[in-house]
Design a protein around this ligand. Structure first.
Ligand code: GRG
Length: 304
């Protein structure tokens, strides 16, 4: 368990970021509902404004602050990442994927609307994320080159070389016994890529030099993998009530996970090892990053 002051650092940061994100995402939800009247607009608003932990947003902000960023315009970069994440949850829950009824303590988007509407709303959220990122660049007064680099980081991480590719491998692997190397590829793609991108985006928005961006990206890669390892543990140890989504789904879908390969204790210690490696890697990076270390430890000790 992490020490009390560090837990408070992560807790305070997440609470602050949650407040900021809820406000920003509510504005975008209302805008989308007004722009696209009807079920798809309502479904996008439902998915975008639903209450998550906002870990990715916190990583964007903490990386930005660690690289001496000073503008609250960074919230809009974080909102773009959270919208990509929200779309992935809508599609992940569909009957053709994990087929879940519960997300963030509420009915999944396809249960609240319909499969057709949720599918369309999910796709429509991707260009919204691009629009939000472009708006962030205006708020932060970033030049076109930097916006281009950030768009590349976010959308490559969201695509077939990242999140979609990892999810693809995950679906193909149902009912198959994967070895650890294959599992690492699934987890790095479906979950790790967007978490790594969150860290990189914060550093890029702050105008950090390439060497610093690389250090923060390496940190993000380790905690991104650790996040999914911890998720595997939670799926097999926590209740649906605490998780706000159906617990035990991995076993039901016969998925290979860190728990099926290493057991609960083995998976837990691997998640902790990755978090500590991430923190150690930052130590030489000349960035003052207690919030990043606190988030790394929160990611592997979180209750949900
Ligand atoms: C077309 C093959 C194909 C894929 C579409 C659906 C999809 C893209 C990707 C799914 C990626 C995914 C849902 C990975 C799991 C990530 C994960 C651990 C989600 C839970 O994150 P938390 O705990 O959730 O941060 P909250 O609700 O707190 O934001």
């Amino acid at each position: 368990m992490i020490s009390t002051p560090e837990r408070d650092t992560a807790g305070d940061l997440l609470e602050d970021v949650r407040r900021r994100m809820d406000a920003r995402l509510a504005i975008w939800a209302a805008r989308l509902r007004a722009r696209r009247q009807g079920a798809e607009g309502d479904a996008m608003a439902y998915a975008i404004a639903s209450p998550g932990k906002r870990v990715r947003a916190a990583l964007v902000r903490a990386s930005y602050l660690a690289c001496s960023g000073t503008s609250d315009g960074i919230d809009e970069v974080a909102a773009a990442v959270e919208i990509v994440h929200a779309y992935s949850l809508v599609h992940d829950d569909l009957p053709c994927m994990d087929n879940d009824d519960l997300r963030r303590g509420r009915p999944t988007t396809h249960r609240a609307f319909s499969v057709d509407v949720a599918t369309r709303a999910g796709f429509l959220m991707v260009p919204v994320a691009a629009e939000v990122l472009a708006h962030a660049a205006e708020l932060l007064e970033l030049d076109d080159g930097r916006l281009g680099r950030m768009a590349q980081v976010l959308f490559v991480a969201s695509g077939v070389e990242g999140m979609v590719g990892g999810q693809w491998l995950d679906l193909e692997a149902e009912q198959q016994a994967l070895g650890l190397d294959a599992l690492v590829a699934v987890h790095r793609g479906k979950t790790g890529a967007l978490i790594q991108a969150s860290c990189e985006l914060g550093a890029l928005a702050a105008g950090a030099p390439d060497a610093m961006v690389e250090r923060i990206a390496a940190f993000g890669a380790d905690i991104g993998l650790a996040f999914q390892v911890a998720d595997d543990v939670l799926d097999s140890t926590a209740s649906s009530e605490v998780l706000g989504k159906t617990a035990g789904l991995d076993r039901l879908l016969q998925k290979s996970t860190y728990v099926s390969v290493l057991g609960v204790d083995g998976a837990r210690s691997e998640a902790r090892r990755l978090a500590e490696r991430a923190i150690t890697g930052l130590a030489g990076a000349r960035c003052d990053a207690p919030a990043l270390s606190a988030l790394a430890r929160y990611i592997v000790e979180r209750p949900s």
